[in-house]
Design a protein around this ligand. Structure first.
Ligand SMILES: [Zn+2]
Length: 82
């Protein structure tokens, strides 16, 4: 009930409904994808954006800590968390 979990309704990238999807691919704890392809595409986009932002500060890209957060919070079939 309510807004929590709404983000799991559909793939973050292609908006394909995730209901009935046996495998949901999680990214950063709060983003769900219908397939590894969609997740990889989003990861690549995020990495490119992060690299851009980091380059601005002249620092090396650090390991994204967000990936470690909220892991295992959601359950729907088998979650392939990253
Ligand atoms: Zn998708």
């Amino acid at each position: 009930m309510g807004g929590a979990g709404h983000f799991l309704d559909a793939c973050f990238l292609c908006r394909k409904p995730l209901a009935g999807n046996r495998d949901i691919f999680m990214y950063r704890g709060d983003t769900a994808f219908c397939s590894d392809e969609c997740r990889s595409a989003q990861m690549a986009a995020d990495e490119a954006a992060e690299r851009k932002a980091v380059t601005h500060h002249g620092a090396l890209p650090a390991a994204p800590q967000a990936q470690q957060e909220q892991r295992g919070k959601v359950r729907a079939g088998s979650i392939l968390a990253l």
